[in-house]
Design a protein around this ligand. Structure first.
Ligand code: B12
Length: 256
């Protein structure tokens, strides 16, 4: 286990000692930040403070120093958001502060997006992505979209608060074989199942592979609602998309 003094950034150390109350979470956060470079800790600290100009500058500088976009994303931006999530859950900060952090995250992602989305690979397949009805969280879905584009997928991003009908229209209009749904609220997770039912009712289930994700979603939940796959992060999302697409193509070939 790492020690608090292994973390160079003072803001991060203070955030952990003052606001992360659960012992297991404190250990997890110390391990997480001790393992990342001081430069990434600075990005995370600026994000936690909702300083979008600073996140913008630091992200640009880190990429300029030749640091991998995925490292900046995982060890800087997403790591910072982990502390924000804990503080939000424990009522230490509220929606306006979280919105400021989300804005800071977007400021950083603006620099990361072109790098992750630039694949140069011929399109491997089409994916329709969206956050389900009633849910406005889009940071994770946007990261998945960027990573998919970077891996050569053409992504049709339907945005947030997407109804089952909108998902179906998106799939039909684009003749897409893959659907990715994101949900961050336990109250909106069932809308993934409702969308799958609507796809069945529309007679499209055999032609579409469905993957789901989002912080509260589990493999078990994905299985229960009849999804074809669950991914815990954006890297998983890409692997899953490749696997589901090849399964679908294999089945098509076998059926032909
Ligand atoms: C940022 C945030 C907000 C921002 C959202 C800004 C935005 N543009 O997205 C704002 C302030 C708007 C917000 C609002 C609310 N929020 Co909020 N929010 C968060 C917070 C802090 C971080 C979410 C996030 O961006 N994480 C970072 C990203 C990178 O992670 P991720 O989304 O999980 O995505 C990764 C994986 O899950 C996966 N993934 C995601 N999607 C997909 C899809 C596929 C197909 C695959 C394979 C993988 C995959 O890959 C991603 C990248 O690695 C979470 C806390 C948390 N721990 O999650 C609360 C949280 C989700 N919010 C919560 C709540 C309660 C709300 C509100 C109801 C608050 C209120 N009282 O108004 C509203 C709801 C608004 C609505 N209708 O949606 C609760 C949900 C509790 C619950 N059990 O349902 C949480 C958990 C906070 C808490 N209390 O602990 N929120």
């Amino acid at each position: 286990m790492a020690d608090l003094k292994d973390i160079a950034n003072e803001t991060i150390r203070d955030e952990i000692t003052e606001f992360v109350e659960r012992e297991d979470e404190q250990e997890k956060m110390i391990d997480l930040f001790a393992a990342v470079t001081p430069q990434m800790q600075n990005i995370a600290a600026a994000l936690i403070e909702g300083e979008n100009d600073e996140v913008d500058e630091l992200t640009k500088a880190a990429l300029g120093d030749g640091i991998e976009a995925t490292e900046v994303m995982d060890d800087g931006l997403i790591a910072g958001m982990a502390i924000v999530g804990i503080k939000f859950r424990d009522n230490i900060i509220f929606v306006p502060e979280v919105l400021a952090c989300a804005r800071a995250m977007k400021a950083g992602m603006t620099h990361i997006e072109p790098i992750l989305s630039e694949s140069g690979i011929e399109a491997v397949g089409k994916v329709v992505m969206g956050t389900v009805k009633g849910d406005l969280h889009d940071i994770g879905k946007n990261l998945c979209t960027m990573m998919l584009r970077g891996a050569g997928f053409e992504v049709i991003d339907l945005g947030v608060d997407t109804s089952p009908d909108d998902f179906i229209d998106g799939l039909e209009e684009n003749d897409a074989p893959l659907l990715g749904m994101s949900a961050l609220l336990t109250t909106t997770m069932p809308n993934m199942g409702r969308t799958i039912e609507a796809i069945i009712d529309a007679g499209m289930r055999d032609d579409v592979q469905v993957m789901v994700g989002g912080a509260p979603v589990t493999q078990e939940f994905a299985d229960d609602m009849g999804a074809d796959g669950y991914g815990k992060d954006a890297i998983d999302c890409v692997e899953l998309a490749k696997q589901l697409l090849s399964e679908l193509r294999g089945e098509e070939a076998a059926g032909a």
